[in-house]
Design a protein around this ligand. Structure first.
Ligand code: F0G
Length: 458
């Protein structure tokens, strides 16, 4: 059969010019930023793969929706559109909008957690875990072992290990476990999906013990696309149908709409439980704003409602995830060590394998992100020992098995040619890896240190 390529299901109507500094200027910019890519100025970045969060290009329909913002303090028309969209597309009954995901995480943690509780999860996300801890819980990782192995080709590395979950229930008792934190997809594992087979089993087990499931649905449509591609029995289902099925197996959801839902700002808490809804509606007024806007403008809620509908279209996900896989395949073909299989929102470089001569105390992933920026102006993000923070009891660094650099692809923003440029730079940095020196941390903030920590070259 003749080769038939796919292409993006859109054309470009507006462009944003990029600028590229000289290598000398990049070296200075990186040193000025304390070798932390979060502290670079965006203007000094050529291709920005820091995050897929809030960086999507909105469609002409979303921009048109922005003009339909009903900026009333209470009862905005756009809130009702968003509420109906969340009910129709996602299947959750009650909606409390928030300005982004972590605000919803804060509320659900405060509502469901008692001090001394345990929260099992399929790995963790930084803000999610912090809010669980601030509410008095201890987080317990119950993801399958394959998720911690960058070379395992297991297709559903987001799956929960039912034996680990059962062992925790046996050890601490179900009454100390208010909920299981389940994320679609698992960001810190490399954007890896959970399977429906596994989620169904988790639902069965939790039901037996009266334990809820809180769904971090930040990238649920991407997860659904992976199920359609890889899980037996789902090839003929649409992404939209799979999204609904995933959500139907859970009780509450937190959403960072800055990812899947294609908006630059926004999030929500959704629940099927009227008591949780009641409490969240009360709480949101204290921290975010009235329950019909939750820290958002009417126009933001309109763009979100439209973005949610676009995000569950099969052809959108095919191009979105397809672009990520394209970059991943280029790197794999060149022998660059990456987390396999390639996930949905980015390609994760294995910094331990780049720099076997650096110990985790020399921050290999932080080093790699800095080297990549200096090489080509591509901005990536550390996901290793800096992101993992310190152990609350011992004060020592947490040493995660995975020491990664994330090349995160914004949705609908860059072209295949940009991906080629990125791959060439990564390959160059890999070929020069043995010359890299590590870093020393010279400033460490108290919370979520990776955002603002500063480093010096060793
Ligand atoms: N959950 C997941 C899985 C996330 O990836 C994020 C954000 C959040 C929750 C928090 O949402 O930022 O809207 O408050 N991830 C971004 C990232 C920051 O770059 O991966 P938020």
């Amino acid at each position: 059969m003749k080769k038939r390529s796919w292409a993006e299901p859109y054309k470009i109507k507006m462009v944003e010019p990029l600028r590229m500094l000289s290598k000398k200027e990049r070296e200075k910019a990186m040193a000025d930023a304390g070798y932390n890519t979060f502290l670079l100025r965006s203007e000094d970045v050529y291709i920005d793969l820091l995050t897929d969060s809030g960086t999507s290009a909105m469609s002409d329909r979303q921009w048109a929706g922005m003009m339909l913002g009903d900026e009333a303090y209470a009862g905005s028309r756009n809130f009702y559109h968003l509420e109906k969209t969340v009910q129709d597309i996602y299947g959750y009954k009650h909606l409390v909008p928030t300005h982004q995901g972590r605000a919803a995480e804060h509320m659900i943690s405060r509502i469901l957690i008692k001090p001394g509780d345990y929260i099992p999860g399929n790995m963790y996300f930084t803000t999610t875990k912090l809010h669980q801890e601030l509410a008095g819980a201890k987080f317990v990782d119950v993801i399958v072992d394959e998720a911690h192995d960058p070379n395992s080709e297991y297709p559903f590395k987001g799956d929960i290990d039912l034996n680990k979950l059962q062992a925790l229930i046996d050890k601490v008792g179900a009454d100390k476990i208010p909920y299981v934190a389940m994320a679609t997809t698992v960001n810190m594992a490399g954007g890896q999906p959970i399977s429906l087979k596994n989620l169904k089993a988790v639902r069965e087990l939790t039901k037996k013990y009266g334990i809820d499931i809180v769904h971090d649905m930040t990238r649920v449509a991407e997860n659904a696309y992976m199920i359609q591609q890889k899980e037996e029995g789902y090839q003929d289902k649409t992404v939209a149908e799979i999204v609904k099925e995933i959500n139907s197996l859970t009780d509450h959801a937190t959403m960072s709409a800055k990812k899947d839902a294609l908006v630059n700002i926004g999030g929500f808490l959704a629940t099927n439980d009227p008591r949780v809804f009641e409490e969240a509606r009360n709480m949101v007024v204290v921290y975010e704003g009235l329950h019909t806007y939750g820290g958002l403008a009417g126009r933001d809620m309109e763009a979100m409602a439209i973005g949610i509908k676009e995000s569950v279209m099969d052809e959108h996900q095919k191009a979105r995830v397809g672009q990520v896989q394209y970059l991943g395949d280029l790197l794999i073909k060149s022998g660059v060590p990456v987390v396999k299989p390639i996930g949905t929102h980015g390609v994760f470089l294995d910094a331990k394998a780049f720099y076997p001569h650096l110990s985790q105390d020399e921050f290999p992933a932080q080093t790699l992100a800095a080297e990549l920026y200096i090489d080509s102006g591509v901005r990536a993000m550390e996901r290793g020992v800096v992101s993992a923070g310190r152990n609350k009891e011992t004060g020592q660094h947490n040493y995660p098995k995975l020491e990664l650099v994330r090349l995160t692809i914004p949705r609908r923003v860059y072209t295949q040619a940009h991906m080629d440029v990125v791959a060439e730079s990564v390959i160059d940095v890999f070929e020069n890896a043995k010359n890299a020196r590590g870093l020393k941390m010279i400033y460490e903030p108290k919370y979520l240190r990776f955002f603002q920590a500063r480093f010096e070259k060793l």
